[in-house]
Design a binder for this molecule. Sequence first.
Ligand code: GTR
Length: 336
Amino acid sequence: MKRRVLTIGILAAAVMCAPGCGNRADSPANAAVSEQKIVLRLAETHPIDYPTTKGDLEFARLVGERSNGRIRIEVYPNAQLGQEKEAIEQVQFGGIDFTRVSISPLAAFAKQFDALQLPYVFRSSEHEWKVLNGPIGDEMLASLEPAGFIGLSWFESGARNFYNTGRAIKSPEDLKGLKIRVQQSDLMVGMVNSLGAIAVPMAYGEVYTGLKTGLIEGAENNWPSYMSTGHYEVAKYYTLDEHTRVPEITIGSKISLGKLSAADRALIMKAAKDSMPYQIAQWAAYKKIAEDKVREGGAIVTLVPDKSAFRAAMNPVYEKQSPEIRDLAKRIQDVK
Ligand code: GTR
């Protein structure tokens, strides 16, 4: 029933106004229709109360407010429009106007993004944000255009940690032979295999069942995702090795945004950037809630005060990268 209502909603939106329709304000012939409403769709994998979704809603709110309700961004949470890889593909073809995704699956479409998901490439959250808010971050957003995307903004995603169903992971050796789910990314496959584990690339929405049925024995993610998916209920050993800090990104479709006026595009791009502080604050609050809930739910958390063994075990991943990615990684690490 829910699905039927959704389909009708999408059709209605498409009939009312396809992306960018009636907004050729810079073309005098179309000036008469320039006040027509524009409805754009944004795909989000997380539930409605997750910090990224709240960031999406803030982005949509700012666009609505600043366009006096003329431009409406509809946020579709819970992967209603598809898992991340499919959502990215649809954005590339203009079928969906925006998506908020992890940069990990995006790297399959824009290889340079691998530099941001190398193990321990960021020293801390402060270092990560200095890079994302600086020239490298801007360069990365702009570099998406040849692949058919408009890079809009970054969201916080914290650090990712390994978890599994069987035992506490205290050293990289403990991961050997375990079937670990990774995002749909070659780099992540290589990283997990370099630890002697068996990487299983899989869409986010399939991980819970995978853990439950034993198809996989573990996965890796940040506190909020570990909690919101319920993975902590089936894979209770969580090791704080913090191997990656993989930023979240919002991308727009070059095709759909290309149909808008330059002024509307600029309004959207600014609103996306302006929604970042709100998402970052939501993230901090939600992370605390997630941590408490996971601990209360019986998860066994293993601290890793000295990460050097994990760092050394994952280091071979750097050698497998192209000179371009290695250069980019070096530039990131050089940001003080
Ligand atoms: C989360 C991220 C999602 C998704 C997920 C995954 O941390 O917010 O967008 O990429 O990880 O592991 O697939």
